[in-house]
Design a protein around this ligand. Structure first.
Ligand code: URA
Length: 186
């Protein structure tokens, strides 16, 4: 089976898993290249993502797209997904048990894609890999954990809320992704 087929199978398994929380919402599995430059992982789908069943297609997604373009890349060259793959009601933060429930699926999705670098978007995604990390202190730093390279970034929604401070910091760290990749390849 190639990566596309493995991912399709995984998506079907999630769809069939009736024990997963948030089962009333649509499944937003993730999308992009199966040999991506970077795997971006956000928190959970929002309203627009739930509607379109695609990750990061609302306002945060527009900012993410803009930053990807600034690198001279295309959205199709990366892979984008979330820790929790269905929208929590009213966009509330995901509960720990929701993160736990989706964890085995995200773990397998990462194994299948096997990206050179994982860029986490926001605190929840960062703490999924780096429980002790602090977003203000550790965003823009490269970590290696269990054989995977993790590069924490601020969430685009934070960048939108505070363009001058958070937006600027997000952009600065984002533009250093190619340098982080070079470092890994050394
Ligand atoms: N915010 C997220 O964390 N993920 C999305 O897919 C959209 C907004």
């Amino acid at each position: 089976m190639n990566k596309e087929e493995k991912l399709k199978e995984l998506e079907e398994e999630i769809t069939a898993d009736k024990n997963l929380p948030l089962a009333n919402a649509n499944l937003v599995f993730g999308e992009g290249s199966t040999n991506p430059k970077v795997l971006f992982i956000g928190e959970a789908p929002g309203q627009e993502e739930d509607r379109q069943k695609r990750p990061f297609v609302g306002r945060s997604g527009k900012l993410l797209d803009k930053l990807i373009e600034e690198l001279g890349w295309k959205r199709e060259e990366v892979y984008i997904t979330n820790i929790v793959k269905r929208r929590p009601p009213e966009n509330r933060d995901p509960f720990p048990e929701e993160i736990e429930a989706y964890k085995p699926y995200l773990t397998r999705q990462i194994e299948i894609i096997d990206p050179p670098l994982i860029a986490t978007l926001g605190r929840f995604s960062m703490n999924y890999f780096l429980p002790e990390a602090k977003i203000s202190r550790d965003q823009g730093k490269l970590f290696k954990i269990n054989g995977r390279y993790i590069y924490p970034l601020l969430h685009p929604a934070a960048g939108l809320r505070s363009p001058d401070v958070m937006g600027k910091a997000l952009r600065e760290s984002f533009l250093k992704i190619p340098a982080a990749i070079k470092k890994i390849q050394k």
